[in-house]
Design a protein. Structure first.
Length: 339
């Protein structure tokens, strides 16, 4: 709406001082001509906007003028929780709300605190996606986010490892992990199909069926008019922490005894993450050649062989015997292939 844009323009001038028309147009995502029209509208409403001519010119507010029209809307207030992640805020459809909320917050702060906030923004930045990996395309994220907020049941078509499935989901929350969006939801069997549960019973057992879905694998979603009741006591952060621990425990199925060169020890945290850090903490003292013995949690044998081969000649697997034999077979096959 134009009124929101005029307020954003006013707050930009108040928070940042002199700005040119192209700078304002870029911030507000409008044309330069629109900026000039909005400046005229502010002047006509009594806001003392002064235009400085010349190469170093621009628009600024008269010295001493400050607006107090800084009330946050519900959406803007909620968007502040994503202030450190502007990209994800845009994904969720909250980019404009976040920008407006930040402007209002800066305008409401005393001058010294506003300066401090700007310095922090200039010095610290959160970039959520992981290196060297494109984020999933998430065309249905906006629909899913609205359903999470409105507590509406989703009818979803989902692609999983074993094939495609259709589900009706209670969307309980969204999580951004390493640049990948996940939906935490409960798969809901229709009451009319089951013909046995009351709404109270359905809410009582909701926590038991909560699952995690990768948002990029949804092929289609439809938000229904029907609402659901969030399970009492369900906390998204607690669920995610427990789920992550279960996943790691399920993936790290065995412990490899490895002998590591100094270079391998430097690579271990980058290659194996938290498991590598733990292995380094448990490593023994280096021998005469500088190599150290450590215990490293690894996944299934097939995955572990590939992971350990990334260390090349900088590591030797001492056990368990079956993992050492599997690595020996893989190395022999590679040697034959490159002979």
């Amino acid at each position: 709406m134009r009124a929101d844009r005029l307020l954003s323009l006013l707050l930009l001038l108040q928070n940042r001082g002199r700005m040119t028309a192209p700078e304002l147009a870029a911030e507000l995502e409008v044309s330069v001509r629109t900026v000039y029209r909005d400046i005229d509208a502010l002047g006509a409403s009594g806001v003392p906007v002064h235009a400085d001519r010349g190469p170093a010119g621009g628009f600024r507010l008269m010295d001493g003028y400050r607006t107090r029209l800084t009330g946050l809307t519900d959406a803007q207030a909620g968007s502040l929780f994503l202030a450190g992640a502007p990209g994800p805020a845009r994904d969720l459809g909250l980019g404009a709300d976040l920008a407006a909320a930040q402007l209002k917050l800066q305008a409401a702060l005393p001058a010294e605190l506003a300066d401090r906030a700007r310095q922090i923004q200039q010095r610290f930045h959160l970039d959520a996606p992981a290196w060297f990996r494109d984020a999933d395309p998430v065309p249905h994220l906006g629909t899913i986010a609205r359903a999470v907020w409105d507590q509406r049941i989703l009818r979803a078509h989902y692609r999983r490892w074993g094939g495609e499935v259709h589900r009706e989901l209670w969307p309980l929350g969204l999580v951004l992990k390493g640049g990948i969006w996940y939906l935490v939801a409960r798969a809901e069997a229709r009451a009319e199909a089951r013909g046995e549960e009351t709404a109270g019973a359905r809410a009582a057992d909701a926590r038991a069926g909560v699952r995690t879905y990768r948002v990029g694998r949804f092929l289609d979603v439809d938000s229904l008019a029907e609402r659901f009741e969030r399970p009492a006591g369900f906390e998204l952060a607690a669920y995610w922490e427990q789920s992550a621990r279960r996943l790691e425990a399920a993936m790290r199925r065995q412990t490899a005894v490895v002998r590591l060169s100094p270079r391998a020890r430097r690579l271990l945290p980058m290659q194996f993450g938290a498991a590598g850090v733990r292995a380094l903490a448990s490593a023994g003292p280096p021998d005469a050649d500088g190599w150290a013995r450590a215990e490293l949690d690894v996944e299934s044998e097939a995955v572990a062989v590939g992971d350990l081969l990334r260390l090349g000649t900088e590591a030797e697997v001492l056990g368990p015997p079956e993992l050492r034999r599997a690595l020996a077979r893989a190395v022999a096959e590679l040697a034959e292939r490159y002979r």
